[in-house]
Ligand binder design. Sequence first.
Ligand SMILES: [Zn+2]
Length: 432
Amino acid sequence: MRRLYGVLATFLIVLATGSGSLAFATQTDANSQKPLADSPLTVEVPPPSDSAVRYYRTGNAWWCFNLLWSLAVPGLILTTGLSRRLRDRAENLTRGQWYLALLAYFGAYISIVGLVDLPRSYWLGFVRPHAYGLSNQLFSKWALDMSKGFGIGLVAAALFLWLPYLLIRKSPQRWWLYTTLLSVPLSLFLVFVSPIWVAPLFNDFGPMQDRQLEARILTMAQRTGVEFDRVFEVDKSVDTRRVNAYVTGFAGTKRIVLWDTLLERLDEDQVVFVMGHELGHYVLGHLTRSLLLLSAVTLLTLYGVHRVGSLLIGRIGPRFGLRGLSDPAALPLLLILLDLFGLLFAPASLAWSRYQEREADRFALELTQDNQAGASAFVALQTNNLSYPYPGTLYKVLRASHPPIGERVRFCNEYRPWESGQSLRYGGRFTR
Ligand SMILES: [Zn+2]
């Protein structure tokens, strides 16, 4: 085990120091500073403010720390023998009923981790965004949201955690395959219910206040053949000063949600462009494709956890009192492995996500043909969200789910195939 941690620590140190000097470095790309063209329509990318640069740099340091932290906490719980003691206590308490013992162990585990993690989550979730002027959330709302998150975690665990454990017990060699197969309908179910059962626990979702703008948006949606009866506006201004919008849900719960902060800070044309982007995700089937990709990643991850986990338990299990993969006391080991495999597959998943975002941008440009609105909307996103417009390569590879803002503005400025009579990539997906 010590050797594993040695290898792990070396890897992380290389990652952290290498990333500091190499790719997270905040040099702007040479091309980024020259004006794109002399066209009056070209929108310039403003240089990041001092606080945006600081936010970016400290954010990268935090990313490295968080990674170490997410490995160190379960690592300590496992190696100090605390995990084994918690399991013994849980089993005594529940008189050997494995499901109840599992739940009791899990409840104790997330309570301990939640407590140990409280200073870090308070700093990152409350102090830091306030220090950068990104939040005006009240402490009471932050604390309430944290407690709700904890409660939802417990309920979700009570409902679903037994499934993979039962499968490990019943089919020790094939559980990873069956768990993945089961995760497909389960993911669909969660995507279906989260907009109606989970999201409203944290914020108020209502119809868009500006009915005229909503009508304009719905008319655009009709052009794409996607059926939406309404657009949701959410009161994110109680939590943040950032601006955003997203698509979520599945079948009867599918919806486009606009943060009220976005509606406050962006003009009508910019909001319409953002909606074009969100519609693009729907029309191009991004949600379904992401779920398929997620299943593939889940399969590989669980297979990896199965192989490496079984190997490690064979080697070090007896020393830490672990009986097998289905032993609740092995949960910290499973979490460490899930984290490491998550890191391993992150570059591929993020590249896929960036590709989809670029195509949604392209769709919005072809649909609205309003390059000015698109480019200026991204500049508004940059300034309001303190985004760093030209992050380094390592940032992109390991962290970025969206293309850098600088690249998105440039794409909006340059992509105009309709002006030279070229055919549109998604021309067949909407009516004129
Ligand atoms: Zn998007």
